[in-house]
Design a protein around this ligand. Structure first.
Ligand code: NAP
Length: 398
C-alpha cells in the first residue's frame, strides 16, 4: 500500500516498502530522460520486492501551460508533505516572477545542502589521465553567499542610497555607478552544512573532510566558514573527527578535517585528486567546483545531485544539467544524470541494494560501450543508442 515517508522523533527517515514519491518530469529533454529513468528505478526496486508510488507534480513550462503558474503551490506542498522528491531539469523563466525555479524550491524548503558525489565509471570518456582517482562527495552550502539574491542594480535609487551609506558610515571607497551584491555567511548556515558533511564522512567510512574556502581574501565570510568548521569539529565530533592542527595531520582512525583555499583546490583536484574525499564548501565555490569535477569524470550528462535538509528530512534529487531544448523529444540525450540522482535518493532512503544494483548495471552497460551520443562521440568503437535504449540496456543488466 502506498504510504508517506515520515521523520521519526529521533530525526531518522522512516521509509515504507511502497513510498509515495513526487516527481517533476522536467522541461525540454525531461520528456525523454524521466521515462527512461523511471524504467530503471521500477525494475531495480521490483528486484528487491519494493515499489515506488510515483506522484507527478508540476513545475516549469508544463505547469505554466496547465495552470498559468511556473511553480504551483500544490507542488511545493507535495514536496513538503512527502518529504522526498525527484526532478528533471526546469526552464528558468525569462522575465517571469521567479529568478530560478530550482533556487525557489531550495529556498522554500530550506534545502541547505547541495550534495554532489563525483566519481568515475569505467569506460566513460574523460579529459584526464587518471579519472579513477576521482571519488569525491561535495557538500555545497545552498542558501547563503552571493546566491542569497541580495543585489542592487547599478544606477538605481537603492544602489545610490546603499553606496552613500557605505561611504558615509563605513568609509568604504566604492565607484559611482557600481552594482552591489551582499555575501552573507552565517555561523549557523556554515555549521549545519559542515555538520552534515562530517556526519556523512563518518557514516560512509570516508577518510577526510576538506573545507574549501577563499578565506585568505574574504576573511569574515569565507575565512569564518573555515574557522567555524574547525570549531564545530572540536565541539561536536571530537570522538570521531579531528582538525588538522589538533593532530598534526595524523588523525588515527578519526576523520581528518582539513582546509584548502579555493584556487589551489582547483589545481589539486586535477593534479592530486586522491587527496580529496568529502568536500564542504560555500555556495559559489561549490557551484564552480562541482561542475569542474563533473567534467573530470565525464561531464554533466551523468552528474547527479541532491538538495537536502537533514533536520526536517526534506530532499529533492535532481538532474544537474539543463533542459537541452535543442534535443527535446528526440529520445537522444543521456539519462545518466537523473538515473544517478535516483541512486543518490535510494541511498538516502536506505535502499542501498537497489542503488548498488543500478550502479552495477550502469557500469556494465558503459563497459560494453553501449552509450548515448554524448559519450559515443568521444569513444572509439562505441555502440550509440537512444536514451530509452540505454535505459533498457541497464534494465537488461540489473
Ligand atoms: P543545458 O540544458 O545543460 O545544455 C547544455 C549542453 O549540455 C547541451 O547542449 C548538451 O551538450 C549537454 N547536455 C545537457 N543535458 C545533457 C544530457 N542529458 N545528455 C547529454 N548531454 C547533455 O544548459 P543550457 O543550454 O545552458 O540551459 C538550457 C535551459 O536549462 C535554461 O533554461 C536553463 O536555465 C536551464 N537549466 C536548468 C537546470 C536545472 O533545472 N537544474 C540547470 C541548468 C540549466 P552538446 O550540445 O554538446 O550535445
Amino acid at each position: 500500500m502506498p504510504e508517506k515517508i515520515t521523520m521519526s522523533a529521533e530525526g531518522r527517515l522512516v521509509v515504507p516498502d511502497e513510498p509515495i514519491i513526487p516527481f517533476i518530469e522536467g522541461d525540454g529533454t525531461g520528456v525523454d530522460i524521466w521515462p527512461a529513468a523511471k524504467l530503471v528505478f521500477d525494475a531495480a526496486a521490483a528486484k528487491h520486492n519494493k515499489r515506488v508510488a510515483w506522484k507527478e507534480v508540476l513545475a516549469g513550462e508544463k505547469a505554466y501551460k496547465e495552470t498559468g503558474n511556473w511553480l504551483p503551490e500544490e507542488t511545493v506542498d507535495a514536496f513538503k508533505e512527502y518529504l522526498i522528491g525527484i526532478k528533471g531539469p526546469l526552464t528558468t523563466p525569462v522575465g517571469g516572477g521567479i529568478r530560478s525555479l530550482n533556487v525557489a524550491l531550495r529556498q522554500l524548503l530550506d534545502l541547505y545542502v547541495c550534495l554532489r558525489p563525483v566519481r568515475w565509471f569505467k569506460g566513460v570518456p574523460s579529459p584526464v589521465r587518471h579519472p579513477e582517482l576521482v571519488d569525491m562527495v561535495i557538500f555545497r552550502e545552498n542558501t547563503e553567499d552571493v546566491y542569497a539574491g541580495l543585489e542592487v542594480q547599478s544606477g538605481t535609487p537603492e544602489a545610490v542610497r546603499l553606496i552613500e551609506y557605505l561611504r558615509d558610515q563605513m568609509g568604504w571607497k566604492i565607484k559611482d555607478g557600481s552594482g552591489i551584491g551582499i555575501k552573507p555567511i552565517s555561523e549557523e548556515g556554515s555549521k549545519r552544512l559542515i555538520r552534515a558533511a562530517i556526519k556523512y564522512a563518518v557514516s560512509h567510512g570516508r577518510k577526510s573532510v576538506t573545507l574549501v574556502h577563499k578565506g585568505n581574501i574574504q576573511k569574515f565570510t569565507e575565512g569564518a566558514f573555515r574557522n567555524w568548521g574547525y570549531e564545530l569539529t572540536r565541539e561536536e565530533f571530537s570522538d570521531v573527527a579531528v582538525g588538522w592542527d589538533d593532530c598534526g595531520g595524523e588523525p588515527g582512525d578519526r576523520v581528518l578535517v582539513k582546509d584548502a583555499i579555493a584556487d589551489i583546490t582547483f589545481q589539486q583536484v586535477l593534479t592530486r585528486p586522491a587527496e580529496f574525499d568529502v568536500v564542504a564548501t560555500t555556495n559559489l565555490n561549490g557551484d564552480y567546483l562541482s561542475d569542474a569535477l563533473a567534467a573530470q569524470v565525464g561531464g554533466i550528462g551523468i552528474a547527479p545531485g541532491g538538495n537536502i535538509n537533514y533536520v526536517t528530512g526534506h530532499g529533492v534529487f535532481e538532474a544537474t544539467h539543463g533542459t537541452a531544448p535543442k534535443y527535446a523529444g528526440q529520445d537522444k540525450v543521456n539519462p545518466g544524470s537523473v538515473i544517478l540522482s535516483g541512486v543518490l535518493m535510494f541511498e538516502h532512503l536506505g535502499w542501498e541494494e537497489v542503488a548498488a544494483d543500478i550502479v552495477r548495471a550502469l557500469e556494465a552497460t558503459i563497459a560494453e560501450k553501449i552509450v548515448t551520443y554524448d559519450f559515443a562521440r568521444l569513444m572509439e568503437g562505441a555502440k550509440e543508442v537512444k536514451c530509452s535504449e540505454f535505459a533498457q540496456a541497464i534494465v537488461d543488466r540489473l
